[in-house]
Design a protein around this ligand. Structure first.
Ligand SMILES: Cc1cc2nc3c(=O)[nH]c(=O)nc-3n(C[C@H](O)[C@H](O)[C@H](O)COP(=O)(O)O)c2cc1C
Length: 380
């Protein structure tokens, strides 16, 4: 196997190793995929201001996110079906994040349950992401389970109350477990490593839902379940209710507009995530990095502003921090690592990003990520 030097290498390897249906679930956006592409492309448009002749011997990428120490301003984003990229995917990614000193966020739509992740990481605190369902008792249950597992922050996602159509998922008939059609069976047969690992684990269902949500002992279609269960009436009062019930750090995810950012903070957010769900929901929305400055301007003095969407390198992280993000999240960069090489792949993704972040910061004449600001960018 050729040496892995960047996230793109991990993506190529993941494409070879992960069954088509699950690879496609990751590598795509909604409708025309304009926003999905813009998330990456708009990072490219920002240019650094190179500086020389500073003492750059001692450098640090360590900072905090919602008051918690992190070895670099990068958390793992919540992603559904992670345990289908690689058997026990959530557990492996959580372990890699723990070793690296960055937060891992578990999705409501994970394969491994809250309890399984807590146990497999020796109860090291992770973050939990909540989707608000019509059945509020289920939401209450999730919050209590997260508390019991010592989760150190709750992330509530606001931008998936209706589902942005992703053509590939529809065409592939995305289901858990995959339907045994001839096409699926033939494709799986070409991924023996994935199949073997999958046979060895018991985590093959939506671990947070099956057996926990009322009357649900089997869900095969993520799309159908979300369509039926996710509450389209989700409001700021629900955010305040969650904050009050949870009592700990609350991060509100899926913010694209300064006015929504203000409302999120008014209703209890300690941090907000500028996010368009990785270009998977409203196609035609602005890229996250272009939406960031106005949101920092609106709420940056009152709450932390985080960002996700399109981060494929440490340089992207540095640009987001320069424009005011206190922290960032990686979705696909982590999933490619996981699909390619399991836990080692997630560690490699984090190492690649930290290395790029550290060196780029040095080229800009800075030695401490906490002192990075707009001055490291040209045309600011
Ligand atoms: C395959 C996949 C599944 C996702 N599932 C969830 C989820 O369950 N909950 C959530 O809040 N966001 C989810 N997201 C969005 C991510 O948390 C994050 O916003 C996005 O991946 C960031 O963009 P990036 O992939 O370009 O880093 C998902 C993203 C991907 C790619």
């Amino acid at each position: 196997m050729a040496e892995i030097t960047c996230i793109e290498d991990l993506r190529r390897l993941a494409r070879k190793r992960v069954p088509r249906m699950f690879y496609d679930y990751v590598d795509g956006g909604s409708w025309t995929e304009y926003t999905y592409r813009a998330n990456e492309a708009d990072f490219q448009r920002l240019e650094f201001r190179q500086r020389v002749a500073f003492d750059i011997t001692q450098r640090s990428t360590a900072t905090t996110m919602v008051g918690l120490p992190v070895s670099m301003p990068v958390a793992i984003a919540p992603t559904g079906l992670t345990g289908m990229q690689h058997a026990d995917g959530e557990i492996l990614a959580a372990r890699a994040a723990k070793d690296f000193g960055v937060p891992f966020t578990l999705s409501t739509m994970s394969i491994c349950s809250i309890e399984a992740v807590a146990q497999a990481t020796d109860h090291h605190p992770f973050w939990f992401q909540v989707y608000v369902t019509r059945d509020r008792t289920f939401v209450e249950g999730l919050i209590e389970r997260a508390r019991h597992a010592h989760c150190s922050a709750l992330v509530v996602t606001m931008d998936l109350q209706v589902f942005g159509q992703r053509h590939k998922d529809k065409k592939n008939g995305l289901a858990i477990p995959p339907k045994p059609t001839l096409r699926n069976l033939a494709n799986m047969a070409s991924k023996p490593r994935w199949c073997l690992n999958m046979l060895r684990t018991r985590n093959r269902q939506f671990g947070n839902i099956v057996g926990h949500a009322k009357g649900v002992d089997n869900i095969s279609s993520l799309v159908d379940w979300t369509r039926e269960q996710f509450d389209p009436r989700l409001s700021w009062q629900d955010v305040a209710w969650i904050k009050q019930r949870w009592g700990g750090k609350l991060i509100v995810k899926g913010i694209q507009d300064p006015e929504d950012a203000r409302l999120a903070v008014e209703h209890g957010a300690d941090a907000i995530i500028v996010s368009n769900h990785g270009g998977r929901q409203l196609d035609g929305a602005a890229s996250s990095i272009s939406a960031l400055p106005a949101i920092v301007e609106a709420v940056g003095r009152h709450a932390e502003v985080h960002l996700d969407g399109g981060i494929r390198s440490g340089q992207d992280v540095l640009k987001a921090v320069a424009l005011g993000a206190r922290g960032t999240y990686i979705g696909r960069a982590m999933l490619y690592g996981l699909g390619a090489l399991g836990q080692q792949g997630v560690s490699t993704a984090l190492e690649v990003i930290r290395n790029e972040l550290d060196l780029s910061m040095a080229f800009c004449g800075r030695t401490d990520i906490r002192e990075v600001n707009r001055e490291i960018l040209l045309h600011r």
